[in-house]
Ligand binder design. Structure first.
Ligand code: SF4
Length: 337
């Protein structure tokens, strides 16, 4: 994989004001980077801020604080021409193919719309050839061009959504839960399609999902979000083999293991209670109200997002030697593990 950084996000916050000094802190200080050509999976329960993060990166939401740097350029400093190129290079695939496609437009019109906005083709024939190529790229064909979205199955509609996202030859795709509205059998097909397209077109993917089972199939690295914060990030394999953060451990414990012997021994960690409100998150570590290892320091200090293994980051006091020494950590883990 290319190690050239395409996207960098520094301390990004997106708060939605409610008045009287209150706000929904949907994203509350997320930093990350993405390499060109990789797939970064972002996982977390609904309400953790993952979709808001995606929408803030693509410019659908204006960040409250922090920076988005794309191709070495800060979004805030981009001139009109650079911004236009940025919007062409970064595209989104939405969760609900039913809602994201205008039912009154034909497939050809839906795919042509972004092409027309960006003035991509000089004549109709050239544009139509490009539309048919895109339909073939996503496993449909030219005959589908003059049909309407309601004539397709959910999986086919998501393919149309993907073709539309590819219409401008982007280099970066944000896929916001692209498979969660689909049947399980169709989910794998869409994942395989995205993987193939990534390889063929050298795309960089931010893949947003609410559980860890499917994200493993597609991601090079995975970030886990909780209540507006990134709590863990690592290479996929490292995250699955050795999750550090108690929240990641709980999420992973819910994923079935294909090996029947291991599956039998799988310990399910049940999280207590509901995800707290992002309007009034818990002090210190926001996960502390549901964490089985919660200790005194967790209520008063926010944990640092620090390296716990090579390229493996976690935000938990258990792995911060300034807060918990190795002996104490062993004891905490042994008692409650
Ligand atoms: Fe649990 Fe404390 Fe770690 Fe937060 S900092 S995840 S509450 S042990």
């Amino acid at each position: 994989m290319n190690r050239d950084i395409l996207l960098k996000v520094n301390h990004l916050k997106k708060h939605f004001p409610l008045g009287k000094g209150k706000a929904v802190k949907a994203v509350d200080g997320v930093s990350l980077h993405m390499y060109r050509g990789e797939t970064l999976g972002i996982v977390g329960e609904s309400g953790c801020g993952k979709s808001t993060l995606g929408r803030s990166l693509i410019g659908l939401y204006q960040p409250t604080e922090g920076e988005v740097i794309y191709g070495g350029r800060n979004l805030k400093d981009m001139n009109e021409k650079e911004r236009f190129a940025f919007h062409r290079n970064m595209q989104m695939v939405f969760q609900d193919p039913y809602a994201s496609l205008n039912p009154r437009s034909t497939v050809a019109e839906l795919i042509a719309e972004p092409m027309d906005v960006h003035g991509m083709y000089k004549n109709k024939q050239e544009k139509m050839r490009a539309i048919v190529r895109l339909l073939e790229d996503v496993g449909l064909n030219g005959e589908h061009a003059n049909r309407y979205p309601h004539e397709f199955s959910g999986g086919q509609r998501q393919r149309i959504g993907i073709a539309r996202a590819l219409a401008l030859n982007p280099e970066f795709i944000i896929a916001d839960e692209p498979i969660s509205a689909l049947d399980v059998s169709v989910q794998a097909q869409v994942i395989n399609l995205l993987k193939r397209l990534q390889k063929e077109k050298g795309l960089t993917f931010l893949f947003i999902a609410h559980d860890l089972s499917m994200v493993k199939q597609i991601s090079d690295r995975i970030g886990v979000m909780y209540l507006g914060h990134m709590v863990e990030m690592a290479d996929s394999r490292a995250l699955y083999e050795r999750p550090f953060h108690p929240y990641t451990q709980a999420l992973l414990s819910a994923v079935p293991i294909p090996d029947p012997d291991k599956e039998e021994q799988r310990e399910r960690i049940i999280l207590k209670g509901e995800i707290p409100s992002p309007i009034d998150p818990p002090s210190g570590c926001t996960f502390r109200t549901r964490c089985r290892y919660s200790m005194e320091a967790c209520a008063t200090m926010a944990p640092r997002f620090q390296e716990v293994g090579q390229g493996h980051y976690a935000a938990c006091h258990l792995y911060d030697s300034d807060v918990v020494d190795a002996g104490k950590r062993q004891k905490i883990l042994a008692v409650k593990g």
